[in-house]
Design a protein around this ligand. Structure first.
Ligand SMILES: [Mg+2]
Length: 133
């Protein structure tokens, strides 16, 4: 039967949304999708690729979702749709309610985003350091 999907958490601002304008409020998403600095594909294409490959449950997290009265999750969905993500993909994305504010995330299960989207196999085959030793 179907294999269990790996849950992948993706930050919205700075990975999906270009975020040139900085923080303007939960529902204000003025910038374009991030474009991969090497391949030129944009974040919408990348999300489509991850959803199409069949290995992942995609969760987007952002502090935009922390106060439901401010409409941040709806604004992210609208932004993804306006930038071309088809509803059949959009409805498969889970939107987390918050991302804790921090200077830095230190985690044994993360890939540092440096402007180039990760191929599905890089994500699929990721191993934390303690599985490499
Ligand atoms: Mg970010």
């Amino acid at each position: 039967m179907a294999t269990r999907l790996k849950k992948i958490l993706i930050d919205f601002d700075g990975v999906i949304h270009r975020y040139n304008s900085g923080w303007l409020g939960e529902g204000q998403i003025p910038d374009a999708p991030v474009v991969d600095t090497a391949s030129g594909q944009d974040a919408i294409q990348w999300l489509r690729t991850l959803l199409q490959c069949g290995h992942f449950a995609i969760h987007i997290y952002s502090r935009r979702g922390s106060d439901p009265s401010k409409g941040g999750i709806g604004a992210m969905k609208t932004w993804l749709s306006r930038n071309g993500l088809e509803s059949r993909y959009l409805k498969r994305i889970v939107f987390e309610k918050e991302k804790p504010e921090s200077f830095l995330v230190i985690d044994d299960r993360c890939l540092q985003f440096k402007g180039e989207f990760f191929e599905p196999n890089v994500i699929k085959n990721f191993k934390p350091w303690w599985k490499e030793v």
